[in-house]
Design a protein. Structure first.
Length: 194
């Protein structure tokens, strides 16, 4: 009976010891980020590009955290770490790269990094709209909303199709209320043929 009691206490001690440090911050979950800016799609799908504004948080290290703008060459300049090429990275890949740089520079042994986009790169609405130009991307943006930002169609506009240049590829799409726009898209409203 005594030996069973000792084994039970030893097992209990190991379980408590393996539970880890209770002072460490809990991992960040999507539910905790509910108040964070909403990305155009899943954070694992969105690819960073020039003019995105990113907030990087290193838990417990405010001097290593901050908001950064991705420059035109796709580089983010971080304090103490220098330049990090982030163009085409997802937010999770940025977190891993930032943490890796902190480890490689021997600044932190086990950094906990969180990244979120606070401001997306702009969209461009061109062609047969009343006020062509650059506009701020808003989550959930559609072609119709982008045209509304540009003060609507001209009388010569084709309202049924749109040309979108996304990531260097040109797409011609039928316009529906669900035709989505992503950050950095160039939206060109073509002229209709009578």
């Amino acid at each position: 009976m005594l030996s069973r009691l000792i084994v039970l206490f030893a097992t209990l001690f190991l379980v408590v010891a393996c539970a880890g440090d209770t002072d460490a911050p809990p991992p960040v979950t999507n539910a905790q980020n509910a108040t964070a800016p909403v990305s155009p799609s899943n954070a694992d799908d969105y690819r960073l590009g020039a003019e995105d504004k990113v907030k990087v948080t290193v838990f417990g290290e405010p001097d290593l955290s901050g908001e950064f703008v991705v420059d035109s060459s796709g580089v983010l300049a971080a304090p103490f770490l220098g330049q990090i090429l982030v163009k085409g990275m997802t937010l999770r890949e940025l977190e891993a790269a930032y943490g890796g740089k902190l480890r490689d520079a021997q600044i932190l042994r086990d950094p906990r990094v969180n990244a979120e986009v606070t401001s997306f790169r702009p969209i461009y609405v061109l062609g047969e709209v009343k006020k062509p130009g650059q506009y701020a991307y808003v989550s959930g943006m559609t072609v119709q909303k982008a045209v509304a930002l540009a003060e609507g169609y001209t009388y010569r506009a084709s309202e049924s199709t749109v040309d979108i240049t996304r990531g260097g590829r040109k797409l011609t799409l039928d316009v529906t209320p669900q035709t989505k726009v992503l950050p950095g898209d160039e939206i060109r409203i073509p002229e209709r043929f009578f």
